[in-house]
Design a protein around this ligand. Structure first.
Ligand SMILES: [Fe+2]
Length: 277
């Protein structure tokens, strides 16, 4: 097995591991890599939907997406499609998946199906490091607070993306929950800065104005390049990330307006998480 670090902050590209092998032994090896590097990548993994599902089930029960419809045959798999004409792409800007749920996703296994010849990288940011390096005054103010995470505006994702479909029942406004601003990782015990630009609306117990100012500073801090790594996709690559301890950002830099209108297709599986504490 070879481990190539992607940056000093987080992320590693792993070779010499077979993802078709869903034994407990292989799972433990991969989970240790996941906890250590927070996001791990594997290239040239020609795994089927069934094999991707079997691999993911090692981490626990799978989760159907709150508002995006899965594949007919495999509802656990959401096919993320950016069509050639699409100006945006799903997952643009910093976020952790479905943090507006009571129990946000534990981990994601994403497999690339079709990748543009240029652009479409994904960035990740290490939220343990973000907490460690956050301004001490801000830390003191927020360490015991909770924040509201809301999916309001989620209709945008479904209605605006030509290639993707929502559930028939349109109950987007149901997803709003409170989580600690600093959560503890259930497996490593590490502190994690758990707010994000996309879904966190307000810190509870602060005036809206002060909450807005602090969140703005935190969001800028989380996007610091020295906390991040960047993965350049190839087809048949698999990324797996710990959705509790990283933020991610799908870069939509293959603009139709620049003559770079490419299709990008990914298959996503999510594993159910715990309630943050
Ligand atoms: Fe995402």
């Amino acid at each position: 097995m070879k481990v190539k670090l992607l940056s000093g902050a987080l992320g590693a590209e792993i070779s010499g591991i077979n993802l078709k092998d869903s034994t407990k032994e292989n799972y433990e090896k991969i989970n240790n890599l996941l906890l250590e590097h927070k996001v791990i990548f594997f290239r040239n993994q020609d795994i089927t939907h069934e094999e991707q599902i079997a691999l993911a089930k090692n981490w626990g029960p799978l989760e159907n997406h709150a508002y995006v419809k899965g594949l007919d045959k495999h509802p656990e798999i959401v096919r993320i499609i950016k069509t050639k004409e699409e100006k945006n792409q799903w997952g643009e800007n910093w976020h952790t998946d479905v943090s507006y749920n009571v129990k946000p996703t534990k981990a994601i296994i994403l497999k690339s199906i079709k990748i543009p010849p240029v652009g479409g990288d994904t960035c990740f940011s290490n939220m343990e490091l973000a907490w460690e390096t956050l301004d001490e005054e801000i830390k003191k103010k927020i360490k015991d607070k909770k924040a509201i995470h809301s999916s309001l505006g989620a209709a945008f994702f479904v209605d605006s993306y030509k290639g993707m479909q929502g559930h028939e029942k349109r109950n987007y406004d149901e997803y709003s929950n409170e989580h600690p601003v600093v959560r503890t990782h259930p497996e490593t015990g590490k502190k994690i800065l758990y707010v994000n630009w996309t879904y966190t609306k307000q810190i509870i117990g602060l005036e809206k104005k002060e909450s807005d100012e602090i969140l703005k500073k935190i969001f800028e801090h989380q996007a610091r390049l020295d906390l991040t790594c960047r993965f350049n996709w190839t087809e048949n690559a698999v990324a797996m990330w710990d959705n509790r301890s990283v933020l991610h950002y799908a870069i939509a830099d293959f603009y139709p307006g620049r003559g770079l209108g490419y299709e990008r297709i990914m298959d996503r599986i999510a594993i159910q998480g715990d309630q943050p504490h």
